[in-house]
Design a protein around this ligand. Structure first.
Ligand SMILES: Nc1ncnc2c1ncn2[C@@H]1O[C@H](COP(=O)(O)OP(=O)(O)OP(=O)(O)O)[C@@H](O)[C@H]1O
Ligand SMILES: [Mg+2]
Length: 274
């Protein structure tokens, strides 16, 4: 019945939903991504894959930092090509390696994330950032370059949130961090997704990323090789052998043991494993 369905529809229609069809991207004549088709639904989606697979290239292409081919629709509207227009449509990127301004304070770095809005709104968002990331309030006047790796990553995430994005993209937020800090950052990304910002995260920390994500894609040599609900991917023999260092088959016939999880993925509604 309409009255029953409408609150859910209203609730989800405001959330960013990105559909990418036949995307290609690369550097000059060197094509890295070929025919990538994926759907970033509200919630937390993780992109997994080995070094050099094209994960960063994918985020760069979606942010307009490099040209892309194919179709990309954000909530049904064609995604613009220029980075500034993409930012205006509500997409923000936390790049690989943070890229903070080391000689500027935490506050100054955060304010740069709110460059699109007026002074009053920027001040309101800064206050919000400090309440979302209480550790940063204590460090408001510290030079970003003197902070620890984990603290800097938090500044980078908080800076991206200053643009009040509808879709937040993060490139390996946990890179080089101690295990506790990794957990804290992944918990933050989960909270951001739960609060209504769609999150697309590239991660090498496969097990932990799949534990917080809703869905995942696996990229290898520029093409998607698997996708599905995070819980199913975490259990899949393919993923476990390739990324989690799980012992291959123990007893019985290897065929039977290997076939099962793949079949489970195939059956998952609307998802696929190639
Ligand atoms: N600016 C560039 N110019 C030319 N080739 C590039 C450039 N940046 C990346 N590449 C190449 O594109 C391919 C994909 O790189 P990309 O950085 O997207 O991989 P990745 O999946 O993010 O890897 P990692 O896990 O190591 O970060 C690699 O072969 C890389 O050498
Ligand atoms: Mg990368």
């Amino acid at each position: 019945m309409m009255w029953h369905a409408s609150p859910f529809v209203l609730g989800s229609s405001g959330r960013a939903h990105l559909k990418v069809q036949g995307l290609s991207a690369g550097y000059g004549a060197f094509l890295v991504l070929r025919d990538v088709t994926l759907e970033i639904k509200p919630g937390l989606t993780v992109i997994l894959g080995p070094n050099g697979a094209g994960k960063t290239t994918l985020l760069k292409a979606l942010s307009g930092l490099i040209p892309r081919g194919g179709e990309a629709l954000l909530n049904g509207d064609t995604l613009p090509k220029k980075t500034s227009d993409i930012v205006k449509r509500g997409m923000a990127l936390v790049p690989e390696g943070r890229q903070l301004f080391p000689q500027m304070t935490v506050t100054e770095n955060l304010e740069l994330g709110g460059w699109l809005v007026g002074k009053a709104e920027r001040a309101r968002r800064l206050e919000q950032a400090f309440s979302d990331f209480p550790k940063l309030r204590e460090r408001a006047q510290q030079l970003a370059g003197t902070m620890s790796g984990g603290e800097q990553q938090m500044v980078a995430v908080a800076r991206a949130m200053m643009s009040a994005p509808r879709l937040l993209m993060l490139d390996e937020p946990s890179l080089g961090l101690a295990p506790r800090m990794v957990d804290e950052l992944l918990a933050i990304t989960r909270r951001i997704a739960d609060a209504g910002t769609t999150v697309l995260m590239v991660e090498q920390n496969v097990k932990k990323a799949l534990a917080v994500a809703d869905r995942g894609y696996v990229l290898e040599r520029g093409t998607l090789v698997a996708s599905g609900p995070a819980a199913l991917l975490a259990r899949s023999t393919v993923i476990r052998e390739a990324y989690l260092g799980a012992a291959p088959v123990q007893t019985v016939s290897s065929q039977t043991v290997r076939a099962e999880p793949v079949e489970a993925l195939r059956q998952a509604q609307g998802e696929r494993i190639l």
